[in-house]
Ligand binder design. Sequence first.
Ligand SMILES: CC(C)(COP(=O)(O)OP(=O)(O)OC[C@H]1O[C@@H](n2cnc3c(N)ncnc32)[C@H](O)[C@@H]1OP(=O)(O)O)[C@@H](O)C(=O)NCCC(=O)NCCS
Length: 148
Amino acid sequence: MPTRDFTISQVDWEQSRPLLRAIRESVFITEQGVPKALEWDDQDAAALHVLATDSDGNGIGTGRVTPAGQIGRMAVVAEWRNRGVGSALLTQLLRAAHADGRKPLFLNAQKAAIAFYLRHGFHSVGEEFMEAGIAHQRMEQDPRRTRA
Ligand SMILES: CC(C)(COP(=O)(O)OP(=O)(O)OC[C@H]1O[C@@H](n2cnc3c(N)ncnc32)[C@H](O)[C@@H]1OP(=O)(O)O)[C@@H](O)C(=O)NCCC(=O)NCCS
């Protein structure tokens, strides 16, 4: 069992690309079957990225926010789930986005993750839709939230 210690940091895409790509490859492409062509888009270079690492420096989770304010690519490797890594990543992303003036924030949540985002101050908008064969729901940050 790995220890429960983990660290969250905001990282530069070019510098941390191998770690971030490995996490997303494992979670989205291998585990969830998302096509590679959908996973790798043109948003990463301009997005803000966060990375979670374990005490040995291994990448265990990531997420990003695009210049348009879209939170996405939230991924925690399976063996680290339900230990607060995803919440810590999202909190750091919200802080970084606000500090950078990226708002209002929105995201397309996988249906199974809606409750997770509700707890972080997002609400559902519109109808459920399919993307990469997975049911999604658009969610937007509550306007009264001016800070993360
Ligand atoms: C979504 C995700 C990043 C959350 O990371 P995490 O480290 O497990 O998050 P936390 O430990 O902070 O919070 C866990 C909570 O989120 C819920 N949750 C979030 N997404 C979930 C999902 N896809 N399936 C099941 N439960 C999910 C858990 O049930 C748990 O709720 P609880 O506290 O009421 O039991 C992680 O589950 C993951 O990588 N999932 C696969 C990829 C994915 O679905 N990404 C989201 C795209 S919108």
